[in-house]
Design a binder for this molecule. Structure first.
Ligand code: 8Y4
Length: 270
């Protein structure tokens, strides 16, 4: 079962969308975001993933200026005040460019650089790039997703995106692969991806898994989104055992503890 013994990294989720913090103005929002990030770093986060655009089905599109105003000050402050790597969760070329200039070391794009200008913007940086698989668009992705073989189709998608990245001069070793749990997948598709996650090791690139609190956990436990910690930890441990190198989570302290047990087991170092 153990697929690798490299240290497993934890990526803490930092949403800076207006709905994610109660309304008290932009300075209050920045303050709340920084305090949340500080707690995640103290709990052992290796990465903070800063996102200013919601990808929930039906969520409104965010204007470029609004997204920049939300995420850039947060990235600057994180880099100035905390010892942590920053990832920018965006699909917009201009946000990628500005975020990396502000200190982000990873571009996390749920659209895998398929928006206008994104490939070129990413190529012009030295940042790592997480290519996430999604079938369809956020608007319609959960309306009856269909695959012949979900693992094979996600693999083919990665092959195609890796080729496009290399075509614009992005070095292969900057890439990270993510099957995109919940993005255009039925419950069965999500669990088959988790069961067969080690299949993506054949690319010899790091794999990132984002399962924390997602509906695939609610579906089998019957729990509401804020009651899914135990299920999220189970999923994080399974993903780590199947070779995921970065786990994207809400609950950093608990995940770090769970993954310490995984690492001690895999390495024998305790
Ligand atoms: C509760 C809270 C339930 C949040 C669901 C959610 C991924 C990602 C997202 C992922 C990568 C989410 C930005 C969806 N998921 N990026 N982003 N991988 N790389 N939903 O799986 O967290 S947002």
């Amino acid at each position: 079962m153990p697929v690798s013994t490299v240290p497993i990294q934890v990526m803490g989720i930092l949403n800076v969308t207006p709905d994610s913090f109660s309304d008290g103005g932009q300075f209050h929002r920045l303050d709340m975001a920084l305090r949340h990030a500080e707690a995640m770093v103290a709990a052992g986060a290796d990465w903070i993933d800063v996102g200013g655009e919601s990808t929930r089905p039906g969520a409104p599109d965010v204007a470029l200026d609004d997204e920049l105003k939300r995420v850039i000050p947060v990235i600057e402050r994180l880099r100035a005040e905390l010892n942590v790597q920053v990832s920018i969760d965006t699909s917009k070329a201009q946000v990628m460019t500005a975020a990396v200039a502000a200190g982000a070391a990873m571009i996390n794009d749920v659209r895998a650089l398929r928006e206008e200008g994104a490939l070129e913007a990413a190529a012009a940086t030295q940042a790592q790039i997480c290519l996430m698989h999604m079938q369809g668009k956020p608007r319609n992705m959960q309306d009856n997703p269909i695959y012949e073989d979900v693992v094979n189709e996600v693999k083919q998608f990665f092959e195609s995106r890796i080729r496009d990245c290399e075509r614009v001069g992005i070095e292969r070793q900057r890439l990270i692969l993510d099957p995109g749990f919940g993005f255009g997948k039925s419950m069965r598709h999500n669990y088959e991806l988790l069961q067969r996650l080690q299949a993506f090791q054949e690319f010899r690139l790091p794999v990132l898994a984002g399962i924390s609190r997602k509906s695939m956990l609610g579906h089998v436990t019957g729990r509401a989104v804020d009651e899914r910690l135990a299920a999220s930890l189970a999923a994080a441990v399974i993903a780590a055992l199947k070779g995921a190198q970065i786990i994207r989570v809400h609950d950093v302290a608990e995940t770090v503890d769970a993954l310490k047990v995984v690492t001690a087991t895999l390495t024998g170092e305790c």
